[in-house]
Design a protein around this ligand. Structure first.
Ligand code: ZN
Length: 479
């Protein structure tokens, strides 16, 4: 009989995978009764230690995590006993085996296994709030939760990417990526318990961990969903973002191609933010990773939007090689992830010719930049450019309206087409030495970016294996 089932509920699923990792098993289905017993003992030890530790210790940081997930539980209540021996039995009881005499057997809320245990919502993250992912069937005194799922729901913070006030879990169809995400987080959780949040990189982000897991696990298709939430009594929230199914293929393409890696590292570097003292407040790695995630409504165009912002700087921000690397990244993303097939060369040439042949190429470039992403303005500009070049007797065949019409219609991916067109035009102009300022080569910076491009693009900086040298997977009962 299976004792632990990873269900479709994102929090239970994350917890089940965490329990499997803690038990040293390849997947939740292989977790035995004895494993469950051991995982339960480890979780109880950590909870009791966190709940009874003085506030000024680093172990107290783990209590903050528990408080963010289970704010009304016995472990986080403000009047909880400070003596571990008094608190422990209450926590142990949460994960004890079912008692057959305890009441009628009901199907578990998560996995349908018959259980006599009924949990109050205070033990279940997000069940206490209006953001709840579930509602209780009428006439049931609480949530029936089997032992495996009770342990999974409290193994959750180990398998989630946690901060002192929130948690993020991953759902994805690829089991290897799911396990990898859990494994990295279990390791990180141990670090937080021993050294507090000051012991883990402050600028790391869950999105970076997902990309590393996807990159290691699969080059095929795999959609992911990230659920971030805070189970706060006052102000709970739940945020859902997704990556498209082809993102792993995009990651593999970028990782295997030096100019694309260069583009990714330029993007990263442009997103790193510093405070007045020169300390990093937003790591470029994490900020770049976030751009591959889209909000639930699917209206965001994060990566291409950010690349456009970078490419729209035509005043000497980029060397020709930099610009080509960034443009290559944009085209690769559009092709791999959106499945777009684009041949924008003829239209890009038309616009570049028109800009080059003006009395003020810089003025025309500014005009085009202003119109580039707007269907109506771009349409007007294309008519004007086409007519003007025709009147002036262009020697080459001009791209006619049948080629640029798809770019100015209101149709799916037209915005992305216009973005790529601008990218392409900017490359042509920079190659011709027209209107776009080229960055002075800075040998030091050049060496830095080349060294970066040598490295894998998605290694999850700060969450690296090397960072944890000698720090092996979770050891049972270490607490
Ligand atoms: Zn269950």
């Amino acid at each position: 009989m299976t004792t632990l089932i990873a269900t479709g509920h994102p929090l239970q699923r994350a917890g089940a995978w965490a329990a499997a990792v803690i038990a040293g098993r390849d997947d939740p289905g292989r977790v035995s009764e004895a494993d469950l017993e051991a995982v339960s003992a480890a979780v109880v030890a950590d909870v009791v230690a966190a709940a009874t530790t003085p506030k000024d210790t680093s172990r107290y940081d783990w209590w903050k995590v528990l408080f963010a997930l289970y704010p009304n539980s016995k472990a986080t209540h403000s009047k909880r006993p400070s003596d571990p021996n008094v608190l422990r039995p209450d926590i142990e009881r949460l994960f004890a085996p079912d008692v057959p005499e305890a009441g009628p057997t009901r199907p578990c809320t998560f996995c349908n296994t018959g259980t006599t245990a009924v949990w109050a919502k205070s033990n279940l993250p997000l069940f206490d709030t209006s953001k709840s992912l579930n509602t209780l069937p009428p006439g049931v005194p609480g949530w029936p939760v089997c032992r495996g799922c009770r342990i999974a729901m409290w193994a959750l913070p180990y398998g989630a990417w946690v901060t002192a006030g929130s948690a993020t879990v991953l759902s994805c169809e690829n089991e290897t990526a799911q396990r990898d995400f859990a494994r990295r987080n279990v390791r990180r959780a141990r670090r937080v318990m021993h050294a507090g949040f000051t012991g883990v990189p402050a600028t790391a982000r869950p999105e970076t961990v997902v990309l590393a897991a996807l990159r290691d696990a699969t080059e095929g298709l795999c959609a992911t969903t990230l659920w971030s939430f805070k189970n706060d009594n006052q102000d709970p929230w739940l945020r859902v973002t997704r990556t498209r199914r082809a993102v792993p293929a995009f990651l593999a393409t970028v990782d295997g191609n030096a100019p694309l890696r260069r583009g990714w590292h330029l993007l990263r570097r442009s997103l790193t933010r510093y405070d007045a003292q020169g300390r990093i407040v937003a790591g470029g790695e994490g900020e770049a990773a976030r751009l591959l995630f889209e909000a639930e409504d699917g209206r965001s165009r994060p990566l291409l939007g950010q690349l456009h912002r970078l490419l729209a700087d035509t005043d000497g921000a980029w060397s020709a090689g930099d610009r080509e690397a960034l443009v290559g990244l944009a085209f690769t993303y559009a092709e791999e992830v959106f499945g777009m097939e684009t041949d924008l060369d003829p239209v890009a040439t038309l616009i570049a010719d028109w800009i080059e042949q003006g009395s003020s190429p810089r003025g025309r470039l500014a005009e085009y930049r202003n119109a580039a992403l707007n269907d109506y303005k771009l349409g007007t500009l294309l008519v004007q450019a086409y007519t003007r070049l025709q009147l002036e007797g262009s020697k080459t065949t001009l791209a006619g309206p049948e080629l640029w019409r798809p770019l100015i219609r209101r149709q799916p991916r037209a915005w992305e087409q216009r973005m790529l067109l601008f990218a392409q035009v900017s490359v042509l102009l920079q190659q011709r030495g027209v209107a776009i300022g080229a960055k002075e080569a800075d040998p030091r910076q050049e060496r830095e970016i080349e060294a970066l491009a040598e490295r894998p693009a998605f290694a999850a900086d700060g969450e690296d294996e090397d960072e944890y040298d000698g720090f092996h997977d979770y050891e049972m009962g270490q607490a």
